[in-house]
Each structure stands twice: as C-alpha cells, then as structure tokens.
Design a protein around this ligand. Structure first.
Ligand code: BGC
Length: 762
C-alpha cells in the first residue's frame, strides 16, 4: 500500500502539499459526477507533468474493434469503450507572459484539494511562484450540477501577489482527445460544427459508429478586481474554441473566471444542431448566477444525504470512508435515466469499458433499492429485461437455442463485449446474479408486479441456458457444469465450480417455483407467456429434474464444499505464507502460476454463502469461512465487503472491522495500488452492505425484515436509514443497544429474532 496521504475528516477529503506522484491518484479520488456525466479532477490550467485526462458522458461509448492475439469463434466483435469526451474545463493562464504550469515553476505553496462531500463541491487552491517577482494565489471551485445533468460550473480566481500583474486567461473547449485504452488508435469522435461568440462556445460532435451526438459547450465570464466584466475575444480554431481575456491586477487584487459548461445530448435522429437549446441552457444558468446554481445543487445533495447518510461515531476514518463511498455511488448513478447503469469505474477512469457487469445485480442493487427506492431498483432490473433479446442472441452465437439467454459479462447495449475467452465463455455465473436480483427485489420491496410484467421472461431465458449448459455425467450419475470460471478469476476452465453449480440449481428451482406461482396467481399472464415463450410443462419438469440431480464437489472427509473439482490437488499454502513482496500476486506472478496456486481473488464459495445465507447453518458458514478466507488474496475490490459481512455474521468482529476498513478505504488508502486508474465504484455499494447487512445484520427472512446488529468495538455508535415499503426505517446501534424507528407506515420487523413494531422508538 502506498503511504496514505489524505487527511481524515468526517465530511471532506483533503490533500495538502503538492506531490507530482499523487496527481493521477488524486485525479481519481477527487472526481466529480452527477449521474449524467463525470470527470477526473484534472487541473483547469495547463499541466505538463504526468496526468490522466478524463471526462465522460453517461452511456456514450465507442465499439472498439476487438484486439486479441488469437481469434476464437464466438468472440465479440468489439469492446465498448467508455469515451473520453472533449475537454470543457480548460482554463489556460499566462501571468506576465509566463504560462501557469505546476510542473514548471519555481515554488508551490499551500497546495490544497478539498472534496466537500456534504455539498458536492470540489475546491483547489495554491500559491505559486512562477518566476522571481511573479507569484499568484489560485482558488478554484468546481461542481457538476445535480439539478441539471448537462451543466458543470467552475469558478477560478487568481490573486496577484505583486503589482502590475497581467493575467491572460484562455478558457477553452478542446476537441482533440483520445482514450488511453484505445485498441487501434482509431478516432472515436468526429466534430461536425463549431461556434464561438460572446454568447459562448459550442463544439458539435458525434461518436463514430455509435452516432451519439453531443454538444460540448461553455461560456466564461471574466471579472476584474472591481467586479467589472472584461470583454472576451472569441477564437475558433480547428477543434479548439476559446474565450480569451486580459485582466490587470495590483497586489492583493483578484481576477475571476466563471465558467459554465458541459455536454448537451442531442437527439440522435435529428439532423439539426440544437444551438438555440444550448444557448437557452447557458442563459438560464448565467441568469441564475454561480451562487444560485450552487445553492440549488447543494440542496439536492442535502436531500441525498438525508436518506443515504450513515453515521459512525468514534471512528473518523471509518466515517469519512463510508461517506466517500456513498458520495461516489450517488455521483455515478441516480436512477433518473433507465438506459444508464453503474460502471465499475463510474466516471473516474477508462478501465473495464462498458457500464454493466454482474456487479450491478450482485452488489449495487441493494444500495440503490434501500436508499433511492423501489422504482430505481426496478429500473435496474428493467435494463436487463430490455436487453433480454440480446442475451438470447448472445447465447445463440455460442450454440444455445430455444430462447436460452446468456447475459454478457460486460455490456453497454446488451451485447457482450468482453473478449477473454475464460471470462466471455466461461464466467457464466453472471447469469445467476441477474435472476438473484429479481428475487432480491421482490422479497425486499414486496412488489409482485415485476415478475409477471418482465421478470418471468428473464428467468425463463436464464433457466433455459442452464438446462442446456449442464451435461449429464454417466460416471457421476449427476448433472455437471464443465469448463467454467467462477467468481474467483484466478482459476479458469475448471469443472464444477461449486458456486456456479449452486446458483444454476437455484435458478432452475426458482424459475420453476415462479412459473407455478404465476399459473396459480395470474392465469391470463401465464397463458400469454406460455404461448409467447413456448414453455411446455415437460420443460419446466426438466428444470426441476436437472436441479435435483446437480453435482457438487465435496471434501472426501470434511463437511466442506470444494471450490471446484481438483481444488485439493493444489499446494494448499495459505496467504500468510506468501512473501509480502509477491503481493498483489496479479502484479508479480505469471498468469499460469496464479492459476496453479490455491489463491482466491474474491469470494467464490463464500459468495454463495452470502447470497443464500438462509440455506446454510452458522456452523457450515464458519467451516467454509475458516477454510477459504485464508487462501483469499482479496485482489478484486469486490472481495473484502462480502468477507466483512460474513465475518460480522460469525461475530468475528475484529476481522469484520478490518475488512470493513479495507473495502471502505480501498481507494482512499490505495490498497490495490491502482487508484490512479480510477475508483472502484461498484465495490462501494459493497461497503454500504458491510455496514447495513454486516454490522446492522439486515436480512429478509420469510417475508419480514430482520436486523441483528453488532457494534465494532472501535465505534461508539452507528446509524443508517432504509427505504422499506413506504417507510423510512432508521436504525441506531450503540453500546446501550439498538433503536429502530419508522417515519412512515407501521411495519412489523424483527430485531435479534424478536418482533417489534416500529412506529415509535423501541
Ligand atoms: C472481478 C469481477 C468484476 C469485475 C468488474 C473483476 O476484477 O473479478 O468479479 O465483475 O472486476 O468489477
């Protein structure tokens, strides 16, 4: 772990002092987003040092032609790249003719970044000596409006530290941008039109192949020390538009550039360039002014926190971390646009491309469901329903038929775009998480309409896939699933990964049960679906029969499920025996060595124990946790959270606390030495689960909501809120016990197994 350099504060992330080695990491950590767009915390002014420039628009991607060494049939044609979009934040500054560049100056003092998570605002300030007798103090404030998805705002002020300081501002839009992870160095954007006038700058572009039409726009107002507006000169060069102004200051005086800008999504089908709409958007923001726009933005954040904040008393590091996670999740996805989803890196980097992994269903759904409500969660499920036909096409490409659906490992529009064979073809457990999310949604929200309207079709497609993917082993007299990769991607092409077999079995049984329920509860829909999907009674019986004859690898002597066939043949040395210098092993070992080792990247068998808690005894959980955790290297960000939850269930509170900190501070303390590439957004939902499901012990059981809270000894108290069936449930746990309160309709819930009514404090 690189030395943590950020200050601890309950509501803020703070960096003090300039270290060029931290620039890329801080660009990730101080990222901003508003659900519609987002950007890394790149400097507004020119920076010639190492930086990773990134500004992204939700859902805008490019299908980058697949690049692999050896083509395999069934590979997707492309990898969906989250696209770096034109830069609208740039403000180049010359001071008395010298370019402001923190990589090329005499001295930097008081450098400070501050992410104010309560208000969703990012501040940066520093004093810089550019040359002898040429120093300035800079303050910048930036936010992406939570009210207007297309709008971002920057206020950039410079104080002169000597008389006769001439500032030349060049506030620009730059269209010449690239992706670091481009496969062929293809151009991704084509710029079609540009306008520069006193009203503002507008660069119209579309993405090649996918034809997303975007207008990158900006307007900057320059104000001198007396508050007078300085007229700007507008220039329009190829792919670069700018507004330039000269401000002259005496010592102590301040000149300010206030920039409104962002990305306006144009109608794909429309031929015209909606310049007038862009102008309206800009004019509305300018009429309100910086402070009013900021206040409205902060009010949205205040509402977000009212529902989703988690309070931890007595442990500032833990408090800061959970807020950082909740903050980033809200910056990434707000549920307003059902076509969007939650990418593993959100708007903070390029890695992972695509936007949707099984992470959404397995990790993110519970957070959004309990903090934003059933409708947002339903939208996440609907996203997959809308892509069912693509999942069926995907399965067909791999030789499946009859409506079998294999959802992609990673996607933007429903098409698979992952191209490592061991994942594309083999990491099929992802299909199970999609069915599990439907189950999870219904049991938590009580909404029984999703299944007949959409969910049933998804379940049938998934069940059909499993029914075809298994094969009957004559030798075992049971069904097996060969050639898979489980959640532990450090083993590929294994036979009978226990988790995959288990979730496949569960999908088949659950689909059967839901199909039968539909027949009883809703004859009309049942008949319509039976005819639309051509489901026959014998087919449903075969699902049940396969499920009942599923094979599971077991230890020959112990009461223990094996991760997969052959696991015991490995050299079973635990992680403790690994030299520290070898870790993370994915950065030090060759791939074959990793595959042969017993080391587990993330919860695998234990993922099953997490999902299906009620299927196993505590004793079984204990046995499996004690067996598998010591082999787990937690090199996926998704790992520590599941382990934190399970450790809390087992009352291993010290371990649970350590895993909590690891998941919660994964990026802040850069545990996996890769924060410079972007943040781990989807695992942040796992951090939330560590508290609510781990320490809070929240669980749905037999249609009721249960809590079994446990307080880590490092904390004085913690509290959280849950949106549960028209009620807001507040849970507070301290050394004296647990208090549960409901603001809405009375709901019966259980605390430590005892029923309580929560229309008042208990
Ligand atoms: C994990 C996967 C996950 C992906 C995206 C990988 O490192 O092993 O489980 O879906 O990252 O977060």
């Amino acid at each position: 772990m690189s030395t943590p350099y950020l200050k601890t504060d309950p509501w803020k992330i703070i960096e003090e002092g300039f270290d060029p080695n931290h620039v890329k990491s801080s660009e990730s950590i101080f990222s901003l987003g508003n659900g519609a767009m987002g950007q890394r915390a790149n400097f507004e002014e020119h920076y010639s040092g190492e930086t990773f420039q990134g500004s992204y628009i939700g859902g805008v991607y490019y299908p980058d032609k697949t690049r692999v060494g050896w083509w395999k049939n069934g590979y997707p044609e492309y990898f969906a790249k989250v696209l770096n979009a034109p830069n609208w934040i740039g403000i180049d500054v010359h001071v008395n003719g010298i370019r402001l560049d923190l990589n090329n100056c005499l001295e930097i003092q008081n450098f400070r970044r501050e992410l104010d998570m309560k208000n969703g605002v990012y501040h940066r300030s520093f004093t810089v000596q550019l040359e002898k007798n040429c120093a300035i103090e800079v303050h910048s404030t930036r936010f992406l409006s939570m009210v207007t998805g297309a709008l971002g705002v920057i206020q950039y002020s410079i104080k002169a530290l000597q008389d006769n300081t001439t500032l030349e501002f060049d506030s620009y839009i730059e269209g010449q941008i690239t992706n670091q992870d481009s496969n062929w160095n293809d151009p991704f954007w084509e710029h079609t039109n540009q306008h520069a006038s006193a009203e503002g700058l507008a660069l119209f572009s579309h993405t090649l192949k996918t034809h997303f039409k975007i207008c990158t726009y900006a307007h900057t107002e320059f104000v001198d020390a007396r508050g007078a507006i300085i007229a700007a000169e507008c220039t329009s060069e190829e792919q670069r538009l700018s507004q330039k102004a000269i401000v002259t200051l005496q010592q102590g005086e301040i000149g300010t550039a206030t920039k409104f800008g962002g990305y306006f999504r144009c109608d794909k089908s429309s031929e015209s360039t909606p310049l007038s709409e862009v102008k309206e958007l800009l004019a509305a923001a300018q009429n309100q002014g910086f402070e009013t726009v900021k206040t409205a933005h902060q009010e949205v954040w205040s509402e977000v926190w009212k529902q989703s904040d988690i309070l931890i008393e007595g442990d500032e590091k833990a408090q800061q971390a959970i807020r950082f996670n909740i903050f980033q999740l809200n910056q990434t996805y707000n549920g307003k646009d059902p076509k969007l989803n939650i990418g593993p890196k959100g708007f903070t980097g390029e890695k992972y491309g695509g936007s949707t992994y099984w992470d959404t269903e397995a990790y993110c759904l519970p957070f959004y469901m309990a903090t934003k409500g059933a409708e947002v969660a339903r939208n996440l499920l609907k996203y997959r329903y809308d892509q069912l036909y693509k999942a069926i096409e995907n399965a067909e490409r791999l030789g499946f038929s009859g409506g079998a659906a294999l959802y992609p490992m990673v996607t933007m529009n429903g098409e698979e775009c992952h191209n490592e064979w061991e994942i594309t073809f083999e990491e099929i457990h992802r299909n199970g998480a999609i069915a599990y999310a439907i189950y999870n949604y219904e049991r938590f929200t009580g909404d029984k309409t999703y299944l007949p309207e959409m969910g049933m079709e998804v379940l049938v497609g998934i069940a059909r896939f499993w029914a075809q993917r298994v094969n009957f082993s004559e030798a075992k007299g049971l069904y097996v699933i060969l050639g898979v990769t489980g959640p532990n991607e450090y083993e590929n092409n294994v036979n009978n990964n226990w988790y995959t077999n288990y979730i496949a079995q569960w999908c088949l049984l659950y689909t059967t049960e839901m199909w039968e329920r539909l027949q009883v509860e809703n004859q009309q829909v049942f008949k319509t679906l039976a005819s639309k999907l051509k489901v026959r009674k014998e087919e449903v019986q075969s699902w049940q029969s396969i499920a009942n004859q599923m094979y599971f690898p077991k230890h020959p002597e112990k009461d223990l499920f094996l991760q997969n066939d052959g696991f015991l043949d490995k050299e079973l040395q635990t992680v403790e025996q690994l030299p520290a210098a070898d870790r993370p092993i994915n950065q030090h070992w060759s791939w074959d060595r990793i595959l042969r080792s017993p080391y587990i990247k993330q919860a695998d068998v234990l993922q099953g124990f997490y999902f299906f808690q009620e299927h196993f005894t505590m004793e079984a959980l204990q046995t499996h946790f004690d067996y598998y955790e010591p082999f787990t290297v937690h090199e996926s960000s998704l790992s520590p959270c599941v382990h934190a939850i399970l450790a809390a269930r087992l009352e291993k509170m010290e371990q649970a606390y350590a895993f909590y900190l690891r998941t919660a501070r994964l990026d802040l303390d850069d545990y996996n030495k890769e924060v410079d590439e972007g943040l781990h957004i989807t695992s942040m939902a796992g951090t939330w689960m560590s508290i609510v499901e781990g320490f809070g012990g929240m669980q749905m059981k037999d249609g009721a909501l249960h809590f079994s809270p446990k307080l880590p000894q490092q904390w004085k108290a913690f509290s959280f809120k849950i949106l549960y069936r028209n009620a807001i449930i507040t849970v507070r746990v301290d050394q004296a016990g647990t208090r549960i309160h409901s603001s809405g309709a009375t709901t019966s819930i259980f605390c430590n197994g005892a029923p309580i009514t929560v229309n008042s404090d208990v």
